[in-house]
Write a protein that binds this ligand. Structure first.
Ligand code: ZN
Length: 124
């Protein structure tokens, strides 16, 4: 019987992870621009009926949530870039190298898996 070994997770270089983060930041900036445009359209298009009013209210709420989500993703990416440029991809709590599997899923991580609950409290 042939035993398949688990696929090896390749660690990228710090420079490559930083590049990924910066690319992500540019993409997020573009997403934000599109979302802001949609929001502006939503609040400036006149409403014809009461039915539409309810729909519009929901759409507006969804659009606001999207703007908030993208905004915090941008903050997160900027924070990770500030941290990584100074310290590399090490945990901001214990200084251990951040696990490759974690970085490959979320390059904006600034803590190891063990300390991921503390990520939001860390000021960089
Ligand atoms: Zn840690």
């Amino acid at each position: 019987m042939k035993i398949e070994s688990a696929p090896k997770i390749e660690r990228k270089t710090d420079t490559e992870y930083l590049e990924l983060l910066k690319t992500r930041l540019v993409e997020l900036g573009e997403e934000l621009r599109v979302a802001e445009e949609q929001y502006r359209e939503l609040v400036t298009t006149p409403i014809d009926s009461d039915d539409e009013r309810g729909d519009r209210q929901n759409e507006k709420q969804t659009a606001e949530e999207t703007l908030t989500r993208i905004g915090s993703q941008i903050e997160e990416a900027e924070k990770a870039i500030r941290w990584a440029e100074k310290n590399g991809f090490v945990c901001a709590v214990c200084g251990k190298e951040i696990e490759t599997a974690r970085l490959n899923i979320d390059t904006a991580s600034i803590t190891c898996i063990e300390h991921k609950g503390q990520e939001d409290e860390i000021e960089v």
